[in-house]
Write a protein that binds this ligand. Structure first.
Ligand code: DO4
Ligand code: MG
Length: 296
């Protein structure tokens, strides 16, 4: 059972999507209203979602023809880093100019009790499915980071899972870790979607396959896959550190780190198309273009 938001007559509508890809409209414009209703009625999120699966609420158009927007208007998106061995290796490569000749703070954080957690995006900055992501003009080494995203309530409960793309500039981060916010945040450097899978319908969040494909001029130039089973930390642990003495808002998204890294000589180019898939959630696809071309 998934939730999506589609745009109809210029307005967002939250819909429940069943495993046969049929969409059923809810009376809500977003996930926060859905959360409030579940609390008011005392219904489990899955039961509330199920209550909208009726013939009268069936959306006529197929899921693929709906104009999907972000499935949750996340007030904030946070991200954990170096949560997979593959990410630690890639970060070490950047930080040592490819020499891998010394221990780094990435080695330390990988093993430390406290995970790396950083601020990634506000809701207004997010890109929706199919929206163009930006490329920084001052980086020549840019990659997507395909990640499982946890959708949280203000009390830190896990409502569901989505897909996130934590776009990154490997050269800027490798030059100096203090540049991390610049390596991670610029115009349209994060997308989420296309759906939120309700937590109660995920039997094992540590057994999800994540895939990433990058297409260029109609050809596939990168393909990678990983499993959330390779995650070094527990999801609860990441949520715990994010929430510690911190205020969370309904719909906050926590990205859980990447385990898919394109080869070291790969960088994204204008016109590339990134497609990230996670079992049971769907595929999040975004083209890329210079960030400067995306000024509204
Ligand atoms: O340490 C920097 C960030 C790493 C990251 O974003 C990741 O591992 O996904
Ligand atoms: Mg990341």
């Amino acid at each position: 059972m998934r939730l999506v938001r589609f745009v109809e007559n210029g307005l967002p509508v939250l819909a429940v999507v069943t495993d046969d890809d049929r969409a059923y409209r809810t009376p809500f414009d977003g996930m926060q209203a859905f959360m409030k209703e579940a609390r008011l009625t005392g219904l489990q999120p899955e039961a509330l979602a199920e209550s909208f699966v009726t013939q009268e609420r069936l959306v006529g158009e197929s899921l693929s023809s709906l104009k999907l927007t972000v499935p949750v208007e996340a007030p904030e998106v946070w991200a954990a880093g170096v949560t997979y061995l593959r990410s630690k290796e890639a970060r070490n490569y950047e930080a040592t100019d490819g020499k891998l000749d010394r221990e780094t703070f990435y080695d330390k954080v990988y093993d430390a009790p406290r995970p790396e957690i950083f601020f990634k995006s506000t809701g207004a900055r997010l890109a929706e499915p199919e929206e163009t992501l930006g490329l920084r003009s001052d980086s020549s080494w840019q990659v997507p980071e395909p990640e499982l995203g946890i959708v949280l309530g203000s009390d830190s409960t896990v409502w569901g899972y989505t897909i996130g793309n934590d776009m990154s500039c490997r050269d800027i981060e490798g030059e100096n870790p203090l540049y991390l916010p610049q390596a991670k945040i610029w115009r349209k450097s994060c997308s989420i979607g296309p759906a939120v899978r309700l937590a109660g319908t995920v039997s094992d969040p540590y057994a999800l396959e994540i895939t990433c494909r990058i297409e260029r001029d109609g050809q596939e130039v990168f393909r990678g896959s990983a499993s959330t089973g390779q995650l070094k930390r527990k999801l609860d642990e990441l949520v715990h550190y994010l929430s510690l003495d911190n205020e969370l808002y309904d719909g906050t998204v926590l990205l859980t780190g990447t385990c898919i890294v394109p080869p070291n000589d790969f960088t994204l180019q204008e016109g590339d198309r990134i497609i990230i898939g996670i079992d049971g959630i769907g595929e999040l696809a975004n083209p890329v273009a210079p960030a400067s071309s995306l000024v509204k």
